[in-house]
Design a protein around this ligand. Structure first.
Ligand code: UGA
Length: 426
């Protein structure tokens, strides 16, 4: 089938490359010329494991990129909307980009002959596809639903593992208003071993939010229990390992520590809270999920102060700046509130991340190093913020510290006896 993908962020680019791998012809559309050039040259605009190989294989063959909406819509039968849905200043979802992309598709659709299905993949609050995207397409195309089809097909791709997750889904959700559109979208995934869950548009939108909100809730639950365990001298990781054996709970996303970050969980939970409030419902549980998450980074600094007293003028090494391992993405990273609090308290911060130093430089003017040992040299304490594999084996590196105090926010380390090791929740 011929597919166009609007928006070349990590969801758009990964979906485009994976659809090409499934045998489809794909056109990527973006207003950013530099991203278009990179994709056409087979170079990923972002880092994603496995993406480079796919782009190299299909760019210029089954995969093309352009900024020309008309060309993309006319040369495809189905368009995926994969644009960003950032938060507005109050934390609610900002649908400006989605609306603009809907209008762009609509304008091109107006002069196109033949049936076309528009599929919303962007994460949008329930009701958006029907009450925002559909009217924008109808207004700008002069066509009515039925002359074209619409569907909602949320993504469940983890950043960094998005290619793997696309090719090995545990569910494919297709929301639609009619069978014809749903059949077409479902057929695009033929070849993947997975059932397609068919539903209506707003249920598909809600499934995405409920999925992320539940995972975020699991993490905040693990952190709450972890904080209680810490007070009681219990290792919460032993507790979670045991409760994770209950098939109704499951072993994943129970790792307590500095909390969740990234461009999805914090934003999506806030957007769901905002949507719930619009209906007059106050979502107490979701409010608490965010509250627990906001407090975790401050608990890191509190532990540090308990150990060192005043941290004014002290050298504190922060290991890990990305919101999780294997990415350079620092959006909502838990290291941001930690570094801010350290600086507010007059500490000298030295930092190291295998991939994210460059991005964090745009926010904080602190000292950045090219290795953990360089950041640790002469430090009075070290805070571990991101679950990078290379931190697991750190041990002798702590010898270069002035005072060998390590506060672990990710349950990563097993340093030798001469290091004072403090776990955040264990
Ligand atoms: C998340 C979801 O996992 C994807 O399914 C979803 O498609 C994506 O959001 C999205 O909405 O687009 P992602 O943000 O890439 O994916 O990151 P995760 O791997 O889920 O991790 C999120 C955060 O939770 C990280 O900061 C991680 O350190 C933290 N985390 C994760 C914990 O603190 N504890 C855990 O047990 C697991």
């Amino acid at each position: 089938m011929k597919i166009s993908v609007i928006g070349t962020g990590y969801v758009g680019t990964v979906s485009a490359a994976c659809f090409a791998d499934l045998g489809h012809e794909v056109i990527c559309v973006d207003i950013d010329k530099s991203k278009i050039d990179r994709i056409n040259a087979g170079i990923p605009p972002i880092y994603e494991e496995g993406l480079s190989e796919l782009l190299k294989k299909y760019a210029g063959k089954r995969l093309h990129a352009t900024s020309d909406y008309d060309f993309a819509i006319k040369n495809s039968e189905v368009s995926f909307l994969c644009v960003g849905t950032p938060p507005d200043p109050r934390g609610n979802i900002d649908l400006g980009i989605v609306k603009a992309a809907g209008a762009g598709i609509g304008r091109s659709l107006g002069t196109k002959k033949g049936y076309h299905v528009i599929v919303v993949k962007s994460t949008v609050v329930p009701g958006t596809t029907e009450t925002v995207v559909l009217p924008a397409i109808e207004e700008h195309s002069g066509k009515h639903i039925g002359e074209f089809g619409i569907a909602m097909n949320p993504e469940f791709l983890r950043e960094g593992k998005a290619v793997h997750d696309f090719m090995n889904p545990d569910k494919i959700v297709v929301g639609s208003m009619d069978k014809k559109s749903a059949d077409l979208v479902a057929s695009l995934y033929q070849g993947l071993k997975c059932d397609v869950i068919r539903t209506n548009l707003r249920t598909a939108e809600m499934i995405k939010y409920a999925n992320n909100a539940f995972l975020a809730t699991k993490i905040s639950f693990a952190n709450e229990i972890g904080n209680i365990c810490k007070e009681l001298g219990i290792d919460t990781y032993e507790v979670m390992k045991a409760i994770g054996r209950d098939f109704r709970i499951g072993p994943h996303f129970l790792n307590s520590g500095a909390g969740f970050g990234g461009s999805c969980f914090p934003k999506d939970v806030k957007a769901l809270i905002g949507k719930a409030r619009e209906t007059g419902y106050e979502p107490e549980l979701l409010n608490s999920v965010l509250e627990v998450n906001e407090k975790q980074p401050h608990r890191m600094v509190s532990l540090l102060k308990d150990k060192l007293g005043s941290i004014k003028g002290k050298k504190i090494a922060v290991l890990g700046l990305a919101f999780k391992n294997d990415t350079d993405d620092i959006r909502e990273s838990r290291s941001i509130p930690v570094i801010k609090e350290l600086l507010d308290n007059g500490a000298n911060v030295s930092a190291y991340d295998p991939m994210a130093n460059g991005n964090m430089k745009k926010i904080f003017n602190i000292k950045y190093y090219g290795s953990a040992i360089d950041a640790l040299r002469g430090a009075d304490a070290c805070l571990v913020m991101t679950e990078w594999d290379e931190f697991r084996s750190l041990d002798k590196e702590f010898d270069v510290m002035e005072k060998k105090l390590v506060i672990d926010g990710r349950h990563m380390l097993t340093p030798g006896k001469d290091v004072e090791y403090v776990g955040l929740c264990w």
